[in-house]
Each structure stands twice: as C-alpha cells, then as structure tokens.
Design a protein around this ligand. Structure first.
Ligand SMILES: [Zn+2]
Length: 280
C-alpha cells in the first residue's frame, strides 16, 4: 500500500498503557518478606526431565521451583485446589504486568474470579532484565509446547511436549482420564525460559536460559493451589523443543510453611467483585 501523507505523524503518536496498575491491589511485600524468613519445608517433589508432576500448596504457604542439575525450563499450570475451572490466566496476567513477570507481580486467575492465585516473592534471575534482543525471563507470552503444533510443523507423534506431560500429571493426580484432564491444561508461566519477540518480524523467539543450578523462583500461595510443573523437553530451550534431542534436567518443587503469626493481617483474596449481571 502507498503510505498516507501523514504516516509519520500517525506513527509518532505516543502509546498509553492499557492497564495502569496503580489501582491494582498491591501485595504486602514487607509482610511476605518477614514471613519468608521463618520458612520450614513441608513437602518436595522432583519433576523428572521431559515429564511433569503435580503438587499442592495451602493458602499462606510458599513454594519454590529450583534448577538442580543443569539449565532447565519449566512450564507451570495452577488451579484452585477445589475447583479446576479456576485456573491461571496467562493472557490477563500479561495484560496487567507485561510479557515477563518477577518479584512483586502476581499470577491471576481466570474469569469470573480474576484474583491473585500466587505472588512472586523471590527471583534469583531478576538481575537479567531485558537483553539486547528484547529477551527476558519467566514469560507469560508462550503457550506450552504441544503435540498438535508439532504435528502441523514437523509431522509425527511426539508424546513428551509440556502439554502432554501436564495432562498425564493432572490425570494421574485427579484420577481422571487424559481426555477429561486435557481441557483443564492451560497456557503456562514459562519458568526460567528466556523469550521475546523479534524486532523485525514480531515472531516469538527463545534463547538459552540464563538459569543455573541453585537458581529459583519463589511464590506465595494466595489461595489453596494445585500446581503442575513440566520439565520441558526443550531443556534450556537453546535450540529445539518437541523432541528428545536437547539435554534435559529435573526441576525441584519445594513447599514451605511460615511460622504461625507471621501472616497476621493477610487475607486470602476474595473472588472478583463484578456482579456478573452483564447488563441484563
Ligand atoms: Zn515445553
């Protein structure tokens, strides 16, 4: 198309933030900071490479995802423990906080509850920032590697994509079939994954994760949570996913209880206050 005469002027219009977060209920990071100094480990789960495991976290507890043997990316799903229809909403979390999340930001639940499910309380990779390619860590822009997209692009039947790993883990944990579990698996938080969009074509890219053994991402459970974490077949996601070629390592999930009394003043967030009448 021919450019209009005022193309430059139209491009020069300054952007506005879609969702200013100044009015978003802020987590009390000072309270969480005091509580996390008193933690006692109550549970742990090791997620095998190219597989997934479920774990539960009571409201008011913390959980950590740690790189233990080598650089490894994890795909995280969260549900309300007593209601699988209440799940992590990657798209709205992205709209509120941006493409990647870190300490002080939150994982929000799907409609109609739209409330904080978990608050990020510690991130040993927060130093990474945004690199020269526009890449950053812990994204809410990817979906999860899955066998359907792999079939479209490469053909064949690969069974250890994060989507399938999460289905197997959820089905086993809930005692339901894979077909019953599949609709509950949703877009993930890509823990430790380094991603962005190319500046020229706007395509989703990944690059070798900067995570090293000992690095961890820590969360505070705002509600009773069921989590599922997949150790992505892409390993550090430096080259390929949806295949068994990348070096893959386990991930450690640990659950911690704070000392009693340290959360005085904290309340589990209520479901969203919209009345759901939708104009009727
Ligand atoms: Zn994956």
């Amino acid at each position: 198309m021919t450019m209009p005469h005022d193309a430059d002027a139209r491009r020069a219009v300054a952007p506005v933030i879609c969702y200013p977060v100044e009015t978003l209920p802020a987590p009390d990071m000072t309270l969480y900071g005091r509580a996390r100094e008193t933690l006692t480990k109550v549970d742990e789960v090791t997620v095998a490479p190219r597989d997934a495991s479920c774990f539960t976290v009571p409201a008011g507890h913390f959980f950590r995802i740690t790189s233990v043997e080598g650089p490894q990316v994890g795909d995280l799903n969260l549900w309300a423990q007593n209601d699988l229809s209440q799940r992590f909403y990657s798209g709205k979390t992205r709209a509120l906080h941006g493409t990647h999340i870190t300490t002080g930001q939150r994982m929000w639940s799907s409609f109609p509850t739209l409330r904080p499910m978990a608050t990020l309380t510690h991130d040993t990779l927060d130093w990474y920032g945004v690199d020269d390619f526009g890449g950053s860590v812990h994204d809410v822009i990817g979906t999860r590697c899955d066998p359907y997209t792999n079939q479209l692009l490469s053909g064949g039947q690969y069974h250890h994509c994060c989507h399938s790993n999460l289905i197997r883990a959820l089905a086993d944990h809930q005692g339901i079939s894979y077909a019953e579990a599949e609709p509950y698996v949703h877009d993930v938080l890509n823990v430790f994954m380094c991603t962005g969009f190319t500046r020229d074509t706007g395509q989703y890219f990944m690059k070798a994760s900067p995570v090293r053994p000992g690095d961890y991402l820590e969360f505070f459970a705002e509600i009773d949570l069921l989590g599922a974490l997949s150790a992505c077949p892409g390993g550090d996601c430096s080259s390929k996913h949806s295949a068994d070629t990348a070096a893959c390592y386990p991930l450690l999930v640990e659950v911690f209880a704070p000392a009693s009394g340290t959360l005085n003043g904290w309340q589990s967030p209520q479901p969203n206050g919209y009345d759901r009448s939708h104009g009727s």
